[in-house]
Design a protein around this ligand. Structure first.
Ligand code: K7E
Ligand code: CUA
Length: 660
């Protein structure tokens, strides 16, 4: 909007949004029908909205940033369906006493913050953060030589948008080795080493722009798989830029060890989220743009989109037979509907028609069904993975389609026959019976057991170890996009709200137990029992490449006319060198080893006015290379409060003026 244009009435904007949403939800019967029961007063004189409109208002409020009267939400409500208080309930406690440990690790994607967060369950305490696509001042990730190179060699971007964290699996269970996560923004996949909780590899996947869906191929992590969401020309080099018909979406397989791109499959429409069956054969991807349009009206035009079922061994066979085109060094297999590879009795990609613009795919614990949440359709489509191989009519593979509520996005499982689906528009978690949904007619609400209000507009929903073959039940987290009135106001950019819900073993009612504000913006999370992760507390120097430095090694070595290598140790409470001298213009390589063997004694190496600060954990060695441009004295100091003499833990870098 230009400066002198009159700002629009927020209510007008809201109305316009509602009209758009109504038009895309046209297939929902009587969408505006509300009952007495559902009425929620907004607390504004003369204004009363139905439950559905109330939640929609929430969505629009988030998009617009400000809506008059939004703050009145706290005063409103008649205590019915939208009650915002925490229920007294059955007394399920998520308290972890001081000094006690959580039962589970939760790994949260950090969205466009680029980082991951590690949160203990059930306490919801934040344990640490793992920088992945961002730089991080506290750890020095992106500042030390190895981590800076990692970011530079994977594209040199300063941010990423991680959505889907996945733990490596052996025999369908978490093996605690690695976590893989996508970067939606720049088409990358990163790996985090769970021995040290550090990012150790990032692959910039060729030919793809937005990698949205990301998962590992169960049961043994043969590949890390990624979905291309944004259609782009192939190759995206300026040709066909104005010809969207020729854009394409790719599905990619990355090797989990080498992190190299193995092959890609080109499809019709686009690709959104992906999960795999439990037997290593099927990867199921949702999609929302079978129209292949470039604007929202076009993308939501058709009543059907296609879920794609990738037959992994069939694709591998095609690659082996040389049935591909090589683009930027990667074999790209043609998986479009017209492709000859899809005409025989073993097509490489099956296209399964699904109601309008579905969102997520999650495969249930026993691997029988893939659950495709409708997003714009109020249903979840269950795809029978056992029927996929032999069925020629794609409709035959639909095992059930319960009507669960408005805006279903994601589904999770308790391992006791129940599915839990997040309802973005209704702001609820709905619990339903999987087998009852198979028995029931399409569109039936009978399988629904219970609905729990959440606050507000949930995206992912995740129960303990729900992505393994043997989920643990007990706790579920609803990752809500908006918190609105749930926390003290902190300015217009409000936290998200991750809510902890007790589900027990599925026999009890769901109970909301805790709100947890989250910095923007988590999408998904994954939980592993603490016994499955073996995090080291001290580095093993055999695990890294840099040369370990002893106290005797501390010193300055001139390595060229304009370069020096400074080596020094760190320990309580001194650096290996009280001072060192370099010449103006020298390229300085500074190597530091923390020679302590005691856990939790970290030293920081900060150099003022040189943009350098990094952590060195016990027995770790880190290197940083920089240019000493300005003559002068620079106090190097320790940034981790390591001892009573921490403030005295200093060294001096003296930069002598160049001669002449
Ligand atoms: Cu639904 Cu990127 Cu998994 Cu966000 S995605 S919510
Ligand atoms: Cu070392 Cu503070």
């Amino acid at each position: 909007m230009s400066k002198n244009e009159t700002p629009r009435d927020p209510n007008e904007v809201l109305e316009e949004y509602e009209e758009t949403l109504d038009s895309v939800l046209a297939e929902v019967e009587s969408p505006d029908e509300t009952t007495e029961d559902d009425d929620i007063s907004l607390g504004l004189p003369g204004l009363s909205l139905g439950r559905r409109d109330f939640m929609k208002a929430g969505v629009a409020a988030g998009a617009m940033g400000s809506v008059a009267g939004c703050s009145a939400l706290t005063g409103g409500g008649d205590g019915s369906a939208g009650s915002q208080s925490t229920p007294s309930g059955s007394g399920a406690s998520h308290t972890v006493e001081p000094g006690e440990h959580d039962e589970y690790y939760g790994f949260w994607s950090g969205g466009h913050s680029g980082e991951l967060r590690v949160i203990g369950i059930p306490s919801m305490r934040e344990l640490t953060r793992i920088p992945v696509f961002n730089t991080d001042c506290a750890s020095g990730y992106g500042f030390t030589d190895d981590t800076r190179e990692l970011l530079e060699e994977s594209g040199g971007y300063s941010w990423g948008d991680n959505h889907h964290p996945n733990l490596s699996e052996t025999d369908g269970d978490y093996d605690g080795e690695y976590l893989y996560v996508n970067d939606k923004a720049n088409g990358r996949i990163a790996r985090v080493n769970l021995t040290y909780f550090e990012t150790d590899a990032i692959t910039d996947v060729p030919n793809m722009q937005a990698i949205h869906g990301c998962c590992v191929l169960s049961p043994d992590t043969k590949y890390v798989l990624g979905n291309g969401e944004f259609r782009v020309p192939l190759p995206n080099d300026g040709t066909d830029a104005k010809n969207p018909d020729n854009y394409t979406s790719l599905f990619v397989a990355v090797d989990p060890e080498s992190m190299e791109t193995q092959w890609q499959v080109k499809v019709d429409g686009n690709l959104d989220i992906v999960d795999t069956g439990k037997e290593g054969r099927w990867a199921i991807s949702s999609a929302y743009n079978s129209e292949e349009a470039t604007d929202i009206q076009g993308m939501t035009k058709d009543d059907r989109d296609n879920v794609k079922a990738f037959d992994i061994p069939a694709i591998e066979q095609a690659v082996e037979n040389g049935n591909y085109e090589e683009v930027n060094g990667i074999p790209v297999v043609d998986g479009t509907q017209e492709s000859s590879l899809n005409q025989g009795d073993r097509p490489i990609v099956k296209y399964i028609p699904t109601p309008k613009s579905p969102h997520c795919v999650e495969v249930g614990p026993n691997g029988d069904y893939a659950f495709v949440a409708g997003k714009l359709s109020p249903t979840v489509t269950m795809i029978d993975l056992n029927a996929l191989a032999d069925s020629s009519d794609p409709e035959d593979v639909v095992a059930g389609r319960p009507r669960v509520g408005l805006g279903p996005l994601h589904t999770t499982f308790d391992g006791n026959g129940h599915a839990y689906t997040s309802l973005f528009i209704d702001s609820q978690a709905v619990k339903w019976d999987i087998e009852a949904a198979v028995e029931a007619e399409e569109g039936s609400e009978d399988p629904i057991i219970e609905k729990q209000d959440v606050h507000y507009n949930p995206g992912h929903i995740q129960a303990l170890e729900a992505m393994t073959t043997d989920p643990d039940g007990e706790w579920l987290v609803s990752l809500n996009k908006l918190s609105k009135d749930r926390f003290l106001p902190v300015g217009p950019i409000m936290p998200d709200n991750d809510q902890l819900i007790h589900i027990g073993q599925g026999e009890e009612e769901m109970e909301l137990v805790a709100d947890h504000p989250a910095y923007p913006e988590p999408h998904d999370c994954v939980f592993a029992h603490k016994d499955k992760i073996d995090a080291k507390k001290v580095y093993d120097k055999d695990d890294y490449e840099e040369t370990y430095i002893t106290e005797e090694d501390s010193g300055v070595e001139r390595t060229g006319d304009n370069s020096v290598h400074v080596k020094m140790t760190t320990k309580r409470s001194e650096f290996g060198l009280p001072d060192f001298t370099v010449q103006e213009g020298d390229e300085v390589k500074l190597s530091t080893t923390n020679i302590e063997g005691v856990q939790d004694i970290i030293h920081g190496v900060a150099i003022p006015e040189h943009d350098i600060n990094y952590a060195v954990a016990p027995q770790d060695t880190r290197e940083v290379t920089f240019t000493a441009d300005d003559p002068g004295v620079y106090w190097i100091y320790c940034t981790y409060f390591c001892s009573a003499l921490h403030l005295e833990m200093r060294s001096r870098m003296i930069v002598e003026p160049a001669e002449g």
